[in-house]
Design a binder for this molecule. Structure first.
Ligand SMILES: Nc1ncnc2c1ncn2[C@@H]1O[C@H](COP(=O)(O)OP(=O)(O)OP(=O)(O)O)[C@@H](O)[C@H]1O
Ligand SMILES: [Mg+2]
Length: 262
């Protein structure tokens, strides 16, 4: 579905992304992890067509992307295939627009539909992200962070993308809400077959829903493989530290032993 070959992005004499290669199969799920500044967002923005690569190739659904600036028609074309959801949904939502209108706008942008069909499609998308009718009539300020992220996901899905990129999209949410959104995304992947690219600091959060993981450090891929084997046998010291920092489920701090009187 998505092939990235030797992707590179330089700013001046600094390589933010340096020779990144991976593939994301149809309905696949790949986690991209790495410390701050390792080049994750820059990689995602190039794939989404928001940034021009300095070198390398991007192939989406068998369709080779030409290097150089995208013309706006091509940009819209890619926009349909690849959608991105960011960490802070509030900043991307229009504060005066009700949820249902925001989703309708996203649908209209990609496929003009007669009013009745538009309404049905909006209802379908809201149902996909489990937002009810009352929430659909609300303004963003009346929603929780998790609900706003559901709106952002519904808007992204309106474009019927082949690949959904989530850039730290659940990082700011409570752990229980993160789990709900991850469950929702797993359902979406299963039911409509959208491939998922998760960008995260938290390998622990996505290990259950990602098939593969790619670890980036200073713009380079330092480890890449199936989640289970990378977790079981990490080769790179940075990956080893990352895995060591995942909290163990069921782990509780050991009770302090009473001081012995001896
Ligand atoms: N437009 C730009 N001009 C110059 N340098 C940039 C630009 N965009 C990103 N960079 C630099 O490229 C490097 C990679 O940035 P990027 O945002 O891709 O990292 P990241 O892995 O997403 O980090 P984080 O986890 O903090 O989001 C950083 O050193 C950043 O400062
Ligand atoms: Mg980033």
């Amino acid at each position: 579905m998505l092939e990235v070959h030797n992707l590179r992005k330089v700013y001046g004499d600094f390589a933010a992304v340096d020779d990144v290669t991976f593939t994301l199969p149809e309905q696949g799920s790949l986690a991209v992890v790495g410390e701050s500044g390792s080049g994750k967002t820059t990689t995602a923005r190039m794939i989404a067509g928001l940034e021009t690569p300095s070198a390398g190739r991007i192939v989406v659904a068998g369709d080779e992307r030409r290097p150089g600036r995208l013309r706006s028609r091509e940009r819209r074309g890619r926009g349909r295939q690849i959608q991105m959801v960011f960490q802070d949904p509030y900043s991307s939502l229009d504060r005066r627009q009700r949820v249902c209108d925001a989703v309708a706008e996203a649908v209209r942008l990609h496929r003009p539909l007669p009013a009745a069909q538009l309404q049905a499609r909006v209802a379908e998308l809201l149902d996909m992200v489990s937002l009810d009718e009352r929430q659909a009539r609300s303004l963003p300020k009346a929603l929780s962070g998790g609900q706003r992220q559901r709106v952002a996901i519904a808007r992204a899905l309106a474009a019927e993308p082949e690949v959904l990129i989530l850039d730290e999209a659940i990082a700011a949410l409570d752990v229980s809400i993160q789990a709900q959104i991850l469950g929702l995304l797993a359902d979406i992947r299963r039911t409509i077959g959208t491939a998922l690219l998760f960008i995260t600091h938290d390998l622990g959060a996505v290990r259950h829903i990602s098939d593969d993981v790619l670890v980036m450090q200073s713009g380079k891929v330092v480890e890449h493989g199936p989640v289970a084997s990378v977790l079981a046998d990490p080769q790179n010291p940075y990956t080893q530290r990352l895995i060591a920092s995942i909290p163990k489920p069921g782990w509780k701090p050991r009770r302090r032993m009473p001081q012995s009187a001896a």
